[in-house]
Structure formats: structure tokens, C-alpha cells
Design a protein around this ligand. Sequence first.
Ligand code: TXA
Ligand code: MG
Length: 343
Amino acid sequence: MTPDGAPGLAAIAEAARLLAQGQLVAFPTETVYGLGADAENPAAVARIYAAKGRPQDHPVIVHLAPDADLAYWASEIPAEARQLAAAFWPGPLTMILKRALHIPDAVSGGQDTVGLRCPSHPVAIALLQAFKGGKGGVAAPSANKFGNVSPTTAAHVRDEFGADGTLALVLDGGQSQVGIESTIVDLSRLDSHGPVLLRPGHISAEAIAAVIDRLPAAPDAAAPRASGTLASHYAPHTPVAMQPTAVLAATLAQMAAAGRKVALIHYSDLPGAHATLRLPASPEGFAHALYAALRAMDGSAADLILVEAPPQGGPWRGVNDRLRRAAHGSVGIVHGLLNKHAG
Ligand code: TXA
Ligand code: MG
């Protein structure tokens, strides 16, 4: 530990050594915490899938040091990939490229592509530079059980995996700055489909277009599969519903009258509920706090987590995407809770 509580050189070196041995290490990134393994060790990558309870055909992102050799990991590197790396790396952008032949199937989920990202969190960079002298890749999904909310603190990671001994080490780098997962852009089919936005995030489609002069399209039917793009994902155990600001006060009153406990996550002026968390009204501030808020509300013994729907589009696209997935399957839940009186 350093005086400010961040992991010091000894902890980073230990983490790099454990990764090289094939063990799992959780580490902070600016988006969410990652569950890392040596990307070139199929047995280690298999441990990620086992720990998460994740289906085998879902690819994982390979995290690289800032001066990594892209040509070692990808077989085709379009000019657009170089431009985006120059503009946004280190940072919250993942690029899907045609994979180099030596990338294990376990990393690519059996597809002919690989997801590459250079994170900007200083602890992640230090770890990637220490691991195999900066020449390695760390395969890392978000450090949560499959389908759960991604962790944005080391404590969240321990809540997910603490007791089961699957993690050799958790590096604590404080609360993740961005708070939602990286933007994913597919550049592996540029000739036929152009750039495709597989997952919205802090780096917007417009910001990407400003660099490569082409606006990434929405995923088509043949787009690479991405588990974070399943309809239901990032979900707490308590049902989640989103409602527009205009109807929220009425819903809160009805829920109270029906004896229901509501955990409210909002950003404008609203009355309190059983549990209430007010998040910043900016897209950056809201994203930064969202996952910790969902986890806290999941632990508040509420019947329902009610979220004030953020504005649509623009810089709010990432949080809207995550909230829609968290709320998937809870459609109709508000009516159900109002109709059956609390027992
Ligand atoms: O911000 C992030 O991206 C975080 C941090 C830890 O870097 N990682 C993360 O990983 O969100 P994960 O596994 O939870 O989500 C990665 C997404 C998945 O939806 C996966 O299917 C997709 O990236 N993905 C990875 N490699 C891919 C590939 N070759 N083709 C298509 N999708 C890919
Ligand atoms: Mg994930």
C-alpha cells in the first residue's frame, strides 16, 4: 500500500506474478473492476468462466498496456483502429478486430475476432506493464457473477467472490471513475458493414465519428455476439422499473398506499421513499454512481427499485442501455405490486 491507500509496487508485482502462474486477479479499471487472467493461458481463462458462471461461447476483452503491439493480438489492423487507439487509449473504448491465430478460443469465444482495450486506471496500467514486461494481455470480463451488476469498488468484488476462494488477489483502486462498461465498437467487418457500435458507453458514437469520419451503426443480425448486449443483464435481485419524472410522484403515493416498499433512485426533486438515493443530474455523474446505487438499493429490503428514467439519447445512451437491461423482465411488476396488497 502507498500512503494514499492505493496498491504499491509490491502488490502490483505480486498480482503480475499470480497472473503469470495462471491465477485470477481482480483489478480496478476506470469503467468497472475486471476479473483478470493471462489471455494466453487457456486454463486460466477457463477459470474466469467457471468463477463467473458464464457460458463458454461468450468472448472476453483482452486488456493491453499503453505501448502494446496491436499486431501481436490482431491479424488485420485497419487505419481506423490506429486512429481510435491514438484518440481514446488509454481509455474506455474496446475495439473488435480480426484476431491473431494464437489467441485461444477461450478468449474469442470461438469467433474469429478479439476485443482489445487499453484501460486508463493507473493501477490497471501498472499491472499491465508489470505483467510479462508489458507484452502480455489480461483477459478480463467485469468482476461479477454472470448477469449481475458490474462492480465499481473492490468491496463489490469481494461481495461477489469473497467467500469462495476463486480470486488470488483483489487490487483496490478506489471507486471506478466512469462507472459503466467500455464502449465497444466492431471494426472487424469494416468493408462489408462499416463500424458497428456493439455497446454504448462513455465514448459516444459521435465522438468515434469525429475521429474516423464514419458514424458507427447499430448492431445488425450478423454482428458479433456480446453478452453485455443480452436483453436481461446488469440486473439486481430486486425487480427494477424505470418511470418518467412526470408519473413518479403518483406511483410512489400508490405504492405507499398499497403497503409496498420502494427504493427510489432519482436525480430531480421528488419525495422520499422507503429508501432514497439522489444521483447527480449529469450523465457522467449518474453513470459514476449508478451501479453502487443499484447494489445499495438491492440490499434495502425493498419490493421494487424504481428509477427515474434519464433523458433519452445523446450522452445518456450508455446509462439508458444499462437501465433497460436491468429492468428487463420487470415489465408489469409495478401493476402487480399495486394490485396484490402486501401480505
Ligand atoms: O469496461 C469494460 O469493458 C470492462 C472492464 C473490466 O474492462 N469489461 C467488461 O467485460 O465489461 P465483459 O466481459 O463484462 O463485457 C465484455 C463484452 C461482452 O459483451 C463480450 O461479449 C464482448 O465484450 N466481447 C468481447 N470480445 C468480443 C469479440 N471478440 N466479439 C464481440 N464481442 C466481444
Ligand atoms: Mg460484464
